[in-house]
Design a protein around this ligand. Structure first.
Ligand SMILES: Cc1cc2nc3c(=O)[nH]c(=O)nc-3n(C[C@H](O)[C@H](O)[C@H](O)COP(=O)(O)O)c2cc1C
Length: 319
């Protein structure tokens, strides 16, 4: 299997070959990101790579070639969530619409079971450094709440755990009062970020929603609230309809009604939004969305003026 720029892909570990994305970053050397030392510039997007499950499947081989310089957990909520009813996935032209609905075991079980397992991840240092040398992979815990109080509780719990290096706030959750995503309302977003920022000395990354009228305004609000970095793009709200059937009007295919679009179809949107945000804030910007190879990751970096850590997207198919 080979990607458009000629990199070969490792079977079994999906498309995110350990050194594929790092051609742009790791081989350029380690980076300092919000006070964290990263072996290179490639990290995963929340929810797209399950390191606990991967270790179960690949064992020590995963540790040998762990693909990411930091590991971002999937979204954790206060209480366990079952996620949305099926069907949960729709293969769109050049992308995927998911309506998974953030299933997770909840804060308590995550802290008890997953954090210890995710604490010891390491990755190889870039070529040119001491042979066999390894670097720790900082754990970034992604959390979501529907109120500031919920987010504060989640951040407090992360603050208590030395294994957790940073917190990412998923603000794509509807506000209980307005129904709007918290991250789509700059006034509310600034308030929520400030409330959480005050609770921890660890870096706070705000994962912006692309489903907002003015994404740069939201990024500025996150920065005003004290965010150490912003990340984007999350999935773009989308809908798939059932195939036409005789006598039946098409209706939403996904169990959740709507879902979020990711993948190649999202890349041009990500390029535009990351560039606009990078011009609007002075904090580092983590760019993601439709990245399939090193060139795409470089493009996202080149489109922004801020320091950018890029995501290599987890894919199991060749391109
Ligand atoms: C199956 C799936 C699950 C995801 N789960 C989460 C999640 O738990 N939390 C989150 O903040 N983003 C989640 N995302 C969004 C990704 O982290 C990323 O922002 C988005 O997919 C765009 O990047 P991509 O086009 O490279 O996939 C998920 C995306 C997918 C496809």
């Amino acid at each position: 299997m080979s990607s458009p720029d000629g990199d070969t892909r490792a079977p079994g570990l999906g498309g995110a070959r350990a050194d594929e994305g790092t051609a742009a970053g790791a081989r350029e050397g380690a980076v300092e990101f919000c006070g964290l030392r990263l072996a290179h510039r490639v990290i995963n997007g929340s929810g797209t790579f399950d390191a606990v499950a991967a270790r179960g499947v690949f064992g020590a081989a995963l540790d040998e070639r762990f693909p990411f310089a930091a590991y971002v957990s999937k979204t954790i909520t206060l209480e366990p969530r079952a996620g949305n009813p099926p069907p949960r996935l729709w293969e769109a032209a050049q992308g995927l619409i998911n309506s998974i609905g953030l299933p997770n075991k909840g804060l308590e079980a995550y802290m008890e079971e997953d954090v210890p397992a995710l604490a010891g991840l390491t990755t190889a240092l870039p070529a040119g450094t001491e042979a066999g040398a390894r670097a720790a992979v900082p754990l970034v815990t992604n959390v979501m709440g529907s109120t500031a109080e919920e987010l504060v509780e989640l951040v407090d719990a992360c603050h208590e755990r030395r294994e957790i290096s940073a917190v990412e706030l998923n603000v794509s959750c509807p506000n209980v009062k307005t129904g709007l995503d918290i991250g789509a309302d700059p006034v509310l977003l600034e308030r929520v970020v400030r409330a959480t920022r005050e609770r921890t000395s660890k870096p706070v990354i705000v994962k912006l929603t692309p489903n907002a009228a003015d994404v740069p305004a939201c990024a500025r609000a996150a920065q005003e609230g004290g965010a150490d970095a912003v990340s984007l793009v999350n999935t773009l709200r989308a809908m798939a309809l059932t195939p036409p059937a005789r006598g039946e009007r098409p209706h939403p295919w996904l169990g959740g009604g709507t879902g979020g679009l990711s993948g190649p179809a999202l890349r041009t949107v990500a390029l535009a939004q990351v560039a606009a945000v990078a011009e609007s804030v002075s904090v580092p910007v983590i760019g993601m969305g439709g990245v399939e190879n090193t060139a795409h990751a470089r493009d996202l970096g080149a489109s922004s003026s801020a320091q950018t850590v890029q995501e290599a997207r987890y894919r199991s198919t060749s391109t």
